[in-house]
Design a protein around this ligand. Structure first.
Ligand code: USQ
Length: 385
């Protein structure tokens, strides 16, 4: 297949490019390199130094013998996007080209507005470009489990549910309750995609993914192929952050009671799941929702697991609960359905306990580099300013 990855320079985009190219697909990518700039904006950087785009492409050729086409540009520029689509005629588009950080979206009005404009314009551009150029293209859209918040019902793997409202039954979109401006943009993406799918018969996979952790995939066989790894308060997600904190001797930053529970997935398993969804597209004109996670844990449990993994590797790790800078449920029910990926043959190969040790081992040689960005670790962004 010919696959266009929007956001190819990111934590998921780059390893997905390597995976798909290695499997014989033609991979074309676009990125505006915004995460590199935004990480600098908050006084941080990737734990692993990132090669320039042209060096990434060259190293992929050298180590994996694959050809990847990497364009620097912005998906919110409609002409740029459609020119590339006309040139490469993709069978599928993977849409990762969004601002992906909840704290970044909650810093102030400017960051909220940027997040909304970037994420919603990019999604609308993808929708209109597919309609204009080839409506049979499969759109694989990265959504988030966070669209639903933490409801007191089992999160279904479908877009509609039957509900009784004021005594009358109807089919309604599964209720969503996002917990940040970023998460709301993902809700709106789903609403736009669903609306235009119903208008124009677009073929869509809407992936509801939980937080991803990890440093490795099968294709990362050399330092030069590593994907970015963020650990600051804005761009790092909880597991990745805790591993770096364990190395730097910072008490693990459990927010509030730590009962916040999410569905986690390793980087390797995320790549496996995305590849399966691409290689087994839905029927033409179908809207498919896939809940993408492997194991469910609370933040408190993750902190205990990181502490154990760190101590087995000789680190002294403390857990240091902090007042929660976010507004979210700290003890709640959490039970998302998961049928679509298993029906395609997906079973997670990795588990958090083993991966934590691999992550800490991979990060330890970069301790000095991590020290440089230590000030960006403790949370400063507050939901209630
Ligand atoms: N948390 C802590 N301590 C920390 C960092 C986070 O206790 O140092 C807590 C947060 O309060 C939250 C949970 O851990 O309850 C997850 O936070 P996170 O920063 O790992 O993830 P989140 O902000 O939810 O966003 C990440 C990705 C986002 C993706 C989402 C999936 O950045 O792109 O959509 O995970 S989900 O969480 O299912 O919404």
């Amino acid at each position: 297949m010919r696959i266009l990855i929007l956001g190819i320079d990111g934590y998921l985009g780059w390893p997905l490019a390597l995976r798909l190219a290695k499997r014989g697909h033609e991979v074309i990518g676009i990125d505006n390199l915004s995460t590199r700039r935004f990480s600098e904006e908050v006084g941080s950087d990737s734990a692993f130094p990132l090669p320039k785009p042209e060096d990434r492409v060259r190293e992929a050729k050298r180590h994996l013998d694959v050809d990847i086409t990497f364009y620097i540009g912005d998906v919110t520029d409609y002409n740029f996007l459609t020119e590339i689509m006309k040139k490469h005629k993709p069978d599928a588009i993977v849409h990762f080209a969004e601002q992906r950080s909840a704290p970044y979206s909650m810093k102030d009005r400017d960051h909220a507005v940027y997040t909304v404009v970037n994420n919603e314009v990019s999604t609308l551009n993808v929708i209109y470009a597919v309609k204009q150029i080839d409506p049979t293209i499969h759109i694989l859209k990265m959504g988030t489990m966070g669209e639903y918040g933490t409801p007191n019902f089992d999160i279904p793997e479908s877009i509609y549910v039957e509900a009784i409202v004021n005594g009358k039954k109807d089919k309604i979109i599964v209720p969503r309750k996002a917990g940040s401006v970023y998460h709301w943009t993902k809700v709106h993406d789903t609403d736009f995609l669903l609306y235009f799918h119903e208008l124009w018969g677009l073929t869509v996979t809407d992936i509801m993914q939980g937080p991803v952790y990890g440093t490795r995939t099968e294709e990362i066989v050399d330092e030069s192929l590593r994907t970015r790894f963020d650990f600051d308060e804005t761009w790092g997600t909880v597991v990745n952050r805790f591993c770096v904190q364990a190395i730097l001797g910072i008490p693990l930053t459990v927010y509030g009671k730590g009962g916040q529970t999410r569905g986690f997935i390793s980087l390797e398993d995320s790549m496996e799941a995305l590849t399966l969804l691409l290689e087994h597209p839905p029927n033409q004109g179908e809207y498919r929702v896939a809940n993408q996670f492997a194991e469910i844990y609370s933040v408190r449990k993750i902190a205990e697991m990181v502490k154990n993994a760190g101590e087995e590797l000789g680190l002294k790790v403390e857990i240091g609960p902090l007042p929660n800078p976010r507004v979210e449920a700290e003890e709640h029910y959490y039970n998302p359905e998961r049928k679509v990926l298993p029906s395609l043959g997906f079973y997670p190969k990795k588990n958090l306990k083993d991966e934590l040790k691999n992550m800490i081992k991979d990060l330890l040689p970069y301790r000095e580099r991590l020290e440089r960005y230590k000030d960006a670790i403790l949370p400063k962004t507050k939901w209630r300013m």
